[in-house]
Design a protein around this ligand. Structure first.
Ligand code: GLU
Length: 271
């Protein structure tokens, strides 16, 4: 009997250890390697895009992970991801953190862990100026968005009669709008504002973001499930950034009144 109990105890311990090994300790590994690998967007101003002058990826998402890597005392390596590829890239260990306009929701939280909310926006549409006043105007229309996004799911629920065309990312969807292949592009307002701000001069005034919102989208930094040390470290860092004013400074840099895509900061980073 005693032998059996000991055997069970050993088995339970082995299972626990295996689980811990699976979750890993990315914080310790990154410190050992001297580098934190982050999956980010590279064509979505002002979150993650290539600066024309420096050819470096810059943006709101990037400034947060820069601060996290600095606090860790490691180098930052950025790897471009799409909405559809970011979770598999994380789970397969190709990246350590997702910082890519990613909404926290219950479905995703079953698979990965999220930091506290570090940005807050809501889903809207970009359309030809004057063509859409309410959701009704989009019924039965073709609407572009990105594969693997909450935008894709939300619009299907909000306008079941619409035909949703899913592109790799939003710039391709916006191109389809310019070519008249879709009647609207839908995703988070902050992304749409960034797209609108970067439209070439000859297209200025032709497109707008009507005041039609279909969801709330709180953004979190994504990490592997049960990667507890990293999650705690990231949460502490961004809470400290809120306290010190650094988080607001980053917001103002990309969305403040003097920025290309001014927005109100209607959130604070809290527990
Ligand atoms: N925030 C939404 C999402 O996580 C839309 C933007 C994106 O595709 O990254 O799916």
């Amino acid at each position: 009997m005693k032998k059996l109990v000991t055997l069970f105890m050993i088995m339970a311990l082995a299972t626990l250890t295996a689980k811990a090994a699976l979750a890993g300790d990315t914080l310790a590994d990154a410190k050992k390697k001297g580098v934190l690998v982050v999956g980010c967007k590279d064509s979505l101003p002002p979150f993650g895009y290539i600066d024309e002058k420096t050819r470096q990826i810059v943006g709101y998402d990037i400034d947060f992970v820069k601060a996290i890597a600095k606090k860790m005392g490691v180098k930052l390596e950025l790897k471009p991801v799409t909405s559809a590829s970011r979770m598999p890239q994380l789970q397969e260990g190709h990246i350590d953190i997702i910082a890519a306009t990613m909404t926290k929701n219950a479905e995703r939280a079953k698979v990965i862990d999220f930091s506290h909310t570090y940005f807050f926006t809501g889903q809207k549409f970009i359309t030809k100026t004057g063509s859409v006043k309410s959701l009704k105007d989009l019924e039965g229309k073709r609407i572009g968005t990105a594969k693997g996004s909450t935008s894709e799911q939300n619009v299907k629920n909000a306008i079941p009669t619409a035909t949703v065309l899913s592109f790799d990312d939003y710039p391709q969807a916006f191109l389809a709008l310019q070519q008249g292949k879709v009647a609207a592009v839908t995703t988070d307002e902050a992304i749409l504002a960034g797209i609108l701000a970067k439209t070439p001069k000859n297209l200025k005034g032709k497109f707008e973001i009507p005041n039609v919102q279909i969801s709330d989208e709180p953004y979190g930094l994504g990490m592997r499930k049960d990667d507890t040390n990293l999650v705690n470290f990231v949460n502490k860092t961004i809470l400290d950034m809120e306290k010190s004013g650094e988080a607001k400074k980053i917001f103002d840099k990309w969305f403040g009144p003097k920025s290309e895509a001014p927005l109100k900061r209607n959130f604070k980073i809290t527990i």
